[in-house]
Design a protein around this ligand. Structure first.
Ligand code: FAD
Length: 486
């Protein structure tokens, strides 16, 4: 076994450059070389993020204003889900928590009784981020939780410069052959089209959907999740910038999937995600183009995908990060987060000298958990619907879902109870989505039942008053951005 001194990253998409920048920053003594092919290019989508990216950027020492300027970014407070429960309905998934929890009973219990007593408003009215998003306002003040809408290719370029400043070597070229150790199967080197050879000790596969190392070379296998997530294609196009860019993503359900609208500073990102079984590529593109707010820029781009994950994301001396590791769905913008998770896990478990199988197993266990908990959360959006206006939605509503999700929905429906598993990414989000999609628990906690009605009323209205006052004090999102970047 070789001591790990040199890391080779294959792929210069978001995953590759995030990995390169982080390794160079944290493990500066390593030699890191990244191979990418401009001829092959990157997937070229992925503009919405979640708040965990702020932690990653901080780790890299990135200045927020500089990043916003360089990546055309806007702030994102959550996602507006339109037509998901039924056509014409909408709700918000905001990044913050809703209301105030009591240790024995989450806020939704108080809200649930408030509904019964005829005194509560919509669930989202008790969430600062949702209310600020609805009002189109933003400010760093007041402890708001936020993420970014970002031009992903510019983010990649930004990290590329940062990584190279920290010593990462960039090699342009197309990998045509992968050399393996005959006895162990470990990867030894990548051979490029010009005949040159890039040798390494540990290889990070960031080659995108093709998984050139983890799959095409090491044949790790892929767990296909399309029976739970039937969308398998997307068509994407940019359009004119939106006036007063809203601080949220729009996810608008249609009869065979959904459409995204992501406001950046100089353009708007749009895409239609669909199940090819129910909608043809031409119909999808025609629908996307007809629903754009503003003029389209360029031609629509088609992307095919199979939702699922690689059976092992660290196998032999190869770690898969990004689309080569798996792809769930862009619905909750979790891919860049999963990239970051694999990078952080790899750094935590980075071999002191040689690769230990225990480290690899631990990495894979955590990676499985990271993917599975997000899977459940995404499937929830599709499954918990009252839509029966198309074969697609009838399938989603009636399909069998993962057992863990089934149990969660059943428990919440009966009792309003929800138990957090390990270190879950989404917690409050579950309440927002379940309630938003129409699942109101039958019962609430006894602690809440004991509360005198005037006290409950005072409790609920004081939360709303505080939130409304904070939102009132915030400037408009686009005005705030302009001032910040001036
Ligand atoms: P890629 O961008 O495909 O990069 C692959 C790299 O490998 C390229 O540099 C390529 O040149 C290189 N390469 C491949 N083969 C070779 C070879 N033989 N030789 C040399 N180089 C090679 N994520 C989010 O977080 N938010 C979103 O809103 C979001 N929306 C999405 C919407 C859709 C429809 C899809 C499909 C994905 C979305 N994602 C989103 C996911 C996001 O796009 C990816 O996670 C992210 O772009 C990372 O991609 P990657 O770096 O793994 O792969």
């Amino acid at each position: 076994m070789n001591a790990i001194n040199k890391v080779v990253i294959l792929g210069g998409g978001t995953a590759g450059w995030m990995a390169a920048a982080a390794l160079a920053k944290v493990l500066g003594h390593l030699t890191v070389e990244l191979v990418e092919s401009e001829q092959i290019g990157t997937v070229g989508v992925g503009e919405a993020t979640i708040p965990t990216l702020l932690f990653f950027n901080r780790l890299l020492g990135i200045d927020e204003v500089d990043l916003l300027r360089e990546t055309q970014a806007t702030f994102k407070l959550g996602i507006a889900f339109e037509n998901w429960r039924r056509p014409g309905s909408d709700y918000f998934h905001g990044f913050g928590s809703t209301g105030k929890d009591f240790w024995a009973a989450g806020f939704h219990n108080f809200w649930r009784r408030g509904i019964e007593e005829g005194m509560a408003c919509s669930f989202g009215d008790y969430c600062l981020e949702v209310q600020a998003a609805r009002a189109g306002r933003f400010s760093h003040e007041g402890g708001i939780n936020y993420a970014y809408h970002i031009d992903a290719s510019r983010y990649g370029q930004y990290l590329c410069k940062l990584a190279q400043r920290n010593g990462v070597k960039r090699t342009e070229g197309r990998v045509t052959r992968v050399e393996q150790q005959p006895q162990t199967g470990d990867i030894v080197a990548l051979e490029l089209a010009d005949g040159s050879r890039v040798q390494g000790d540990l290889f990070i596969d960031c080659s995108g959907f093709r998984g050139l190392l983890i799959e095409q070379t090491l044949a790790c296998g892929y767990e296909d999740w399309s029976h739970w997530l039937p969308c398998d294609r997307a068509v994407a196009i940019a359009s004119d910038v939106l006036p007063d860019a809203p601080p949220y993503t729009r996810a608008i359900a249609h009869d065979s999937g959904w459409r995204w609208q992501i406001p950046l500073r100089e353009r708007t990102g749009n895409g239609l995600v669909y199940a090819s079984h129910h909608l043809s590529d031409d119909e999808a593109a025609a629908r996307l183009l007809s629903e754009l707010d503003g003029e389209a820029h360029g031609e629509p781009r088609y992307i095919r995908f199979t939702t699922g994950r690689r059976r092992q994301q660290w196998y032999k001396n190869c770690v898969a990060i990004g689309l080569s590791a798996g792809f769930i769905e862009p619905l909750e913008s979790t891919s860049i987060h999963l990239i970051q998770q694999n990078i952080l896990k790899l750094i935590k478990l980075f071999p002191s000298d040689v690769i230990l199988s225990q480290d690899r197993d631990e990495f894979n266990r955590h990676a499985d958990f990271d993917y599975e908990q997000i899977l459940d959360f995404i499937v929830l959006h599709y499954h918990l619907t009252e839509r029966d206006d198309s074969a697609f939605w009838r399938h989603c509503a009636s399909m069998e879902v993962p057992a863990s999700l089934h149990e969660r929905i059943a428990l919440f429906a009966e009792s309003g109870r929800f138990f957090v598993r390990n270190n879950e990414l989404f917690v409050d989000s579950w309440f927002q989505v379940m309630i938003g999609q129409g699942l109101v628990p039958k019962r609430y906690h006894r602690v809440v039942a004991q509360m005198p009605v005037p006290e409950l009323e005072q409790f609920l209205s004081s939360i709303r008053r505080t939130i409304n006052a904070k939102v009132e004090a915030m400037p408009a999102h686009s005005f705030y951005l302009e001032r910040l970047l001036a």
